[in-house]
Design a protein around this ligand. Structure first.
Ligand code: ADP
Ligand code: G3P
Length: 515
């Protein structure tokens, strides 16, 4: 595991500054940025991953809120600044992770149900039978899957004793992590603002993508009372000011789901521009402008961002549940490597995958399949295969899954991929980046600031308070740090892609309905 606190301080002249909080799946971090979008300081803290049963994943929201306060204080301390130097704070967060809390006490009523949690599989199948898949997809842009918040809210209301009555009395608030952090920052029980932004709301499966409002019919099919829901706001506007703590008085001026924040931080402001973020999972988003593109290839239709009163910008998304977490699994559960970075050394010790293909369908398969009955396989094993070949197959799994997503994007949007902007923890792996370029047959480009998630939240907050004048000023900050170009023979690529797709088929139908 990485250290609880990570440092990273460099000095970039005088303020004012913008700070951003990234409340992620494995950690919370705070980064202070200067006017050129350069990092001034970083503080980060991991939180516990709670696995009560196979397929269940929870977080302790009180621990997360404590960590957020610590990293904010840590980042300001390392930058040597106070609230007076911070023009605004922006929030970005792991999406879909669902929390219900008591508005009178501020106490969570249960651990948060994390986006990877599959306990609502059966409920989703039931909703599919009773209400129909198409209804949900048409109104919300999402397929019925345990990934999204709506079914998680329903599960909590049905399974925590007395909760539905408390919710109907108006005592309970629902939020994704943006809402939880903003409510606490702006005063909590003492007048905290209960808001979310359009990007986070678009992942709940409760918001109508066409009206950007909670959809009454969907709420009623999902049996979620409207009284628990936050107000939906744009991604870049002042929601309130911080009450207490080291940021007292600072405007809270943006909220974006982390993948949408990365799209913003990568300055993908034009229709057709796309980015892919390689962290715990991998998420590719393409800006589709003011068009709601219905996907016929297994992608999600979602909100990219909305700046204040401007029209919302939509996006197509390919979500992959397991990428960096497969590397963590190789390290923590298999003990085949000691650190995430070591996978590159191990995989580079062999020429190829030795015939092995690893499909990490640990939470079923997300895009483009949306199959909750799939489970992981390693296919093509012979006595020849070593742990180094498996390490290579692990990295190739991320690259092949991206290839499937880019194929789907091209089909749905008609836009051919000319280059892919990447970011996230896994992009420090050169072998992976080269493999990605080879499998996509397109250049892969990484920007100077790889912390694009926080940067996107900072940019949105900065726009909201006039720290930056417009998106053109942000584009000027984007600088290329590294680029990989394809080197693979086309026939080899095609034949290996076929083998990958064959391995994917082997994962399907593993879980029977009654399980
Ligand atoms: N050199 C590397 N090679 C492959 N994977 C890596 C490497 N360094 C980090 N990772 C993976 O990247 C993930 C961390 O990236 P990060 O962007 O911080 O993720 P998140 O925001 O989802 O927590 C971890 O899952 C880790 O296993
Ligand atoms: O926190 P991350 O970076 O793993 O991102 C998680 C995604 O938002 C899930 O949809």
């Amino acid at each position: 595991m990485t250290d609880a606190h990570t440092t990273g301080t460099s000095s970039h002249g005088h303020g004012p500054f913008i700070a951003a909080i990234d409340q992620g799946t494995t950690s919370s971090r705070c980064i202070v940025f200067d006017k050129d979008g350069r990092i001034v300081s970083v503080d980060q803290k991991e939180h516990e991953q709670i696995f009560p049963k196979p397929g269940w994943v929870e977080h302790d929201a009180a621990e997360i809120w404590n960590n957020v306060q610590e990293v904010v204080a840590g980042a300001l301390d390392k930058a040597g600044i106070t609230a007076a130097d911070v023009k605004a704070i922006g929030i970005t967060n792991q999406r879909e992770t669902t929390l219900l809390w008591d508005k009178n006490t501020g106490e969570p009523v249960h651990n948060a149900l994390v986006w990877q949690d599959t306990r609502t599989d059966a409920l989703c199948r039931e909703l599919g039978r009773n209400v129909g898949q198409d209804r949900f997809r048409r109104e919300t842009g999402l397929p019925l899957a345990s990934y999204f918040s709506g079914p998680k809210v329903r599960w909590l209301l049905d399974n925590v004793e007395g909760l539905r009555e408390r919710a109907e009395r108006g005592d309970i608030l629902f939020g994704t992590m943006d809402s939880w952090v903003i409510w606490n920052l702006t005063g909590g029980v003492d007048g905290g603002r209960h808001v979310t932004d359009v990007t986070n709301a678009s992942r709940t499966m409760l918001m109508n993508l066409h009206t950007m409002e909670w959809d009454e019919k969907i709420l009623s099919s999902m049996e979620v009372p409207a009284s628990v829901l936050p107000e939906i706001r744009s991604s870049a506007e002042v929601y309130g000011t911080v009450k207490g703590g080291v940021l007292d008085g600072v405007p809270v001026a943006s909220a974006l789901g982390d993948q949408q924040a990365a799209l913003f931080g990568q300055t993908c402001f034009a229709e057709g521009e796309a980015k892919s973020t390689y962290g715990t999972g991998t998420f590719m988003l393409m800006n589709t402008g003011d068009k709601i593109i219905n996907s016929y290839s297994g992608l999600l239709t979602t909100v990219g961002y909305q700046i204040g009163e401007q029209k919302p910008v939509y996006a197509l998304e390919g979500s992959i549940a397991v990428t960096g977490s497969l590397v963590q699994w190789m390290r923590d559960q298999m003990g085949l490597i000691n650190s995430a970075a070591e996978i590159e050394t191990l995989a580079s010790s062999v020429e190829d995958n030795g015939g092995a293909y690893f499909v990490p369908a640990f939470s079923g398969l997300f895009a483009p399949y949306w199959r909750s009955d799939a489970r992981g396989v390693i296919a093509g094993l012979t006595r020849y295969v070593t742990k180094a070949h498996i390490a290579r197959a692990v990295l190739e799994a991320t690259a092949w899954q991206t290839r499937e997503i880019t194929d789907a994007m091209t089909k749905d949007s008609g836009v051919e991929l000319t280059a892919l902007k990447v970011d996230g923890g896994m992009t420090s792996n050169n072998l992976l980046m080269q493999t990605l370029s080879d499998f996509l047959d397109a250049p892969v480009v990484r920007p100077m600031v790889a912390e694009t998630t926080c940067l996107g939240a900072a940019y949105a907050a900065g726009l909201a308070v006039g720290f930056w004048p417009d998106t053109d000023a942000l584009r000027a900050n984007w600088r290329r740090a590294a680029e990989w170009t394809p080197r693979m023979d086309a026939d080899k690529r095609d034949s290996e892609y076929k083998s990958w797709l064959k391995a994917v088929e082997r994962t399907m139908g593993w879980i029977e309905d009654e399980e």
